[in-house]
Design a protein around this ligand. Structure first.
Ligand SMILES: Cc1cc2nc3c(=O)[nH]c(=O)nc-3n(C[C@H](O)[C@H](O)[C@H](O)COP(=O)(O)OP(=O)(O)OC[C@H]3O[C@@H](n4cnc5c(N)ncnc54)[C@H](O)[C@@H]3O)c2cc1C
Length: 451
């Protein structure tokens, strides 16, 4: 390590760092507010259900409470699935929003099972109608079908067995949730219920019921037309199993912050399913953007052969809140494999004026796997506070926490760690850093998977 690096390691935190601590704390609270809000709404529906029907006996009250909480949970899964960009700050990004969506779906499944087991019986207290009976039967059918679909979604990847439902089949089954939820809303609207009770619960359930149905209709039929922008493939370059696509806007260009991602599809080439990819370039005056796509599965392996320059493609976004500018004065960027893409966008966006000290460690298996090194070189030439190192496992051995602390020109403890790559790499490094008493001040990572 150079004297300068050693000096930097010993420097105490200045006022910039402490003001960033505040924004970090505010950010953490903000990111938790989304999950807390959705959970509170489910609890509120449950409590309202229980108190509204308490006079009909505990069984009826509990049955209604879990049914009400299930409707609100399910409605919120559909609202989050609509990718509302406005709500992203409350969850810390779309990837984290999808995680809450998944757990809400699982909670709805458990609540539905409970609702079926403790089915409220008002037969003796209400006058039955034909519509009410239809609603009863429709509800039962939809509850059962939804349980099957949620179970399929949950068990997409079976634990301990390398068996996975192909994404396309999983997604196809997932799309029917909205239809079944609409039947449940019909059930809840028309099922025979005692009259003369406090209407607050009905108002809440009707609102969430309609909200969920509208969100699903928007996801399926409106958003695909509204959100997609047309681009033309202006360049395709291959590097091993990674393909870099340069896309130029046909009309109004998308505006994004470095580190964000977008959904890409190429219907003209027969690839209509949207897939998420990080925009691997910084915003440019002509609005062009780059995607670096690694062949990880059927879709991504076949795509490069089907694409030609001049083809029209569609981009939807931007999404995500992975942004190093929210971090502190000393940052470690750690990338594994194709996880380099957000860091390439960040590096390209760095100007001479950037005051943060940043060290990027880029792990690849072989040197041939490296992509975008010219962008990293240019960033390092522009700004002496930015440095980087490539660790090719086959040439240099595995990256360990100990090696990382030796590479970084400042103390890891007290710095921010930004990570994108395989989970195993992140977990191993964090465990090692903890053992060395070098736990970073803050760790932020991007998931390349939604579930
Ligand atoms: C926020 C984010 C940013 C990403 N950025 C990049 C990037 O810059 N470069 C890159 O090469 N890869 C990136 N990925 C990963 C990329 O989206 C997947 O590798 C790709 O969708 C796999 O598709 P496949 O059908 O070829 O592979 P499969 O083997 O079918 O899928 C592999 C996994 O990818 C996920 N996946 C598949 N299809 C979809 C879909 N339509 N929508 C969402 N997830 C899907 C599933 O979890 C699946 O298990 C990113 C993913 C996310 C979530």
């Amino acid at each position: 390590m150079t004297d300068l690096a050693q000096l930097a390691k010993n420097v105490t935190l200045g006022p910039v760092q402490s003001s960033i601590c505040w924004t970090t704390a505010v950010g953490k609270v903000l990111n938790l507010s989304g999950p807390l809000l959705v959970a509170s709404l489910c609890v509120l529906a449950g409590l309202l259900g229980f108190t509204t029907y308490a006079s009909y006996g505990s069984d009826a009250a509990i049955g209604i409470a879990v049914g009400a909480a299930a409707v609100v949970a399910m409605s919120q899964t559909l609202i989050l699935a609509a990718r509302p960009r406005l709500l992203e700050p409350l969850f810390g990004g779309l990837d984290r929003m999808y995680r809450v969506h998944k757990w809400l779906g699982i909670s709805a499944m458990v609540l539905m099972i409970l609702h079926q087991q403790i089915e409220p019986d008002f037969e003796r207290t209400v006058r039955e109608t034909g519509l009410g009976e239809l609603a009863e039967e429709a509800g039962e059918f939809a509850f059962n079908a939804l349980l099957v679909l949620i179970a399929i979604s949950w068990f997409r990847r079976l634990p301990f067995i390398p068996l996975e439902i192909p994404y396309q089949i999983w997604r196809f089954s997932h799309r029917f949730m909205g239809v079944l939820f609409s039947v449940i809303v019909f059930h809840q609207f028309f099922v025979d219920m005692p009259t003369g009770v406090d209407p607050s619960l009905s108002v809440m359930l009707n609102t969430f019921g309609l909200g969920g149905v509208i969100a699903w209709l928007h996801t399926e039929f409106v958003a695909p037309r509204l959100r997609r922008r047309e681009y033309t493939v202006s360049d395709i370059s291959r590097h091993g199993d990674t393909t870099a696509l340069t896309l130029s806007p046909n009309g109004r260009a998308m505006r994004w912050r470095p580190g964000q991602f977008a959904f890409f599809r190429a219907p003209e080439a027969g690839f209509s399913e949207p897939h998420p990819f990080t925009i691997a370039s910084a915003p440019r005056p002509d609005g062009a953007l780059t995607l670096s796509i690694k062949g990880l599965g059927g879709w991504t392996r076949r795509l490069p052969d089907a694409l030609r320059t001049g083809m029209s493609v569609q981009v939807e976004g931007p999404y995500g809140r992975f942004d190093f500018r929210k971090g502190g004065a000393r940052q470690i960027w750690l990338a594994g494999g194709i996880g380099i893409t957000p860091f390439l966008a960040w590096a390209e966006s760095l100007t001479e004026a950037e005051r943060r000290n940043i060290h990027l460690v880029y792990c690849v298996r072989t040197p041939e796997e490296e992509i975008g090194v010219e962008i990293l070189q240019a960033a390092a030439a522009r700004n002496p506070r930015f440095s980087y190192q490539v660790v090719a496992t086959e040439r240099d051995g595995r990256l360990t926490a100990e090696r990382l602390t030796g590479m970084v020109p400042f103390a890891v403890r007290g710095a921010d760690l930004w990570f994108c790559g395989p989970k195993g790499l992140k977990d191993g490094i964090l465990k090692g850093l903890k053992a060395l008493d070098q736990t970073p001040r803050r760790v932020r990572f991007e998931h390349f998977e939604f579930a």
